[in-house]
Design a protein around this ligand. Structure first.
Ligand SMILES: NC(=O)c1ccc[n+]([C@@H]2O[C@H](COP(=O)([O-])OP(=O)(O)OC[C@H]3O[C@@H](n4cnc5c(N)ncnc54)[C@H](OP(=O)(O)O)[C@@H]3O)[C@@H](O)[C@H]2O)c1
Length: 267
């Protein structure tokens, strides 16, 4: 797989999103581990997760712990794998996603993620979503402190608009290495953020790049152009979609989710 950069770290240009392996509808652990191993076999070196990728209230960090176990069980070299996690979202167990962007919560969340991932420092820690009750600079300021303390190696933000990207850049300077926003053929309103990231040289990680867990399979039937190119090339429309994204800007690193080994998504 060709590579791109997130900060100073070189990663495979297509990552793996861990969410489908831990929320509602998730597969059993054997299939999840096989999925993560298939991604690593295909050259994936960035895996995206979050403490909030779980289903029931009492299993915070389900996905982080799963990824840590899968990496530990992988027979190959995992020294170049970047695990990117996030804090700032919570799942009370009723299907909803709530927010806590307070410095106190982010600090506790980061400490818990460090333990679950079994590392001294988190490779990339992302503030999951702005919390309207907390000044954005305070949430992002906590990432700056965590960087200073060596608890995280790189900082990113998610679900941010251009003003928030600029604000985060002011707080973190060149230490802001990534922005993770929704972007897919069905959801293109993150174009301004993508342009800004390209200008600033910040990695842009499109989330739900195939249209999300429930709609990814319909990509070809919903977007004829992707199906047409796929037919001509003898590949899947999902693969054409990832190629389209990569062609948009050198800072793009899509993180398609998966819950079964399907190397075609990454090859
Ligand atoms: N920052 C945020 O707020 C935020 C929000 C949502 C997601 N995310 C991150 O972004 C990642 C990706 O988003 P997502 O998982 O929601 O959606 P997605 O990547 O658009 O779609 C994931 C689904 O695509 C299916 N898929 C993959 N390759 C396929 C192919 N060749 N043909 C048909 N289906 C295919 C997978 O099916 P199978 O399950 O059958 O393998 C998977 O469930 C997440 O996993 C998560 O890490 C971040």
């Amino acid at each position: 797989m060709r590579t791109r950069r997130i900060g100073e770290v070189e990663v495979g240009e297509i990552g793996l999103g861990g969410m489908p392996m831990s929320i509602e509808g998730r597969p059993d652990e054997t299939r999840s581990v096989a999925t993560i191993h298939a991604a690593l076999d295909a050259g994936v070196t960035i895996i995206d997760t979050a403490d909030a990728y779980h289903w029931h209230a009492d299993e915070v960090g389900h996905n982080e712990a799963l990824i840590a176990r899968a990496l530990a069980a992988y027979p190959g070299d995992i020294s170049g794998v970047l695990v990117a996690t996030k804090g700032g979202h919570l799942r009370p167990g009723d299907g909803s996603w709530t927010l806590d962007g307070s410095p106190r919560h982010l600090r506790q969340a980061c400490e818990a993620s460090l333990k679950r991932l079994g590392v001294d420092a988190i490779g990339l820690y992302q503030f999951h979503r702005p919390d309207p009750r907390v000044p954005y600079a305070d949430s992002v300021g906590t990432l700056a402190e965590l960087l200073d303390e060596g608890k995280i190696r790189m900082a990113g933000i998610s679900n941010a608009d251009p003003d928030q990207i600029r604000q985060a850049r002011q707080v973190l300077g060149g230490r802001l290495v990534s922005v993770q926003n929704q972007f897919s053929p069905a959801f293109r309103s993150s174009e301004p953020e993508l342009r800004l990231c390209t200008e600033l040289g910040i990695a842009f990680l499109p989330w739900s790049p195939l249209g999300g867990i429930t709609r990814a399979g319909e990509l070809g039937s919903r977007f004829a152009a992707f199906a047409e190119v796929a037919r001509d090339r003898g590949v899947s429309p999902q693969r054409v979609c990832l190629a389209w994204m990569l062609a948009k800007s050198p800072v793009v690193v899509p993180i398609p989710g998966a819950s079964r080994p399907r190397p075609v998504s990454w090859s």
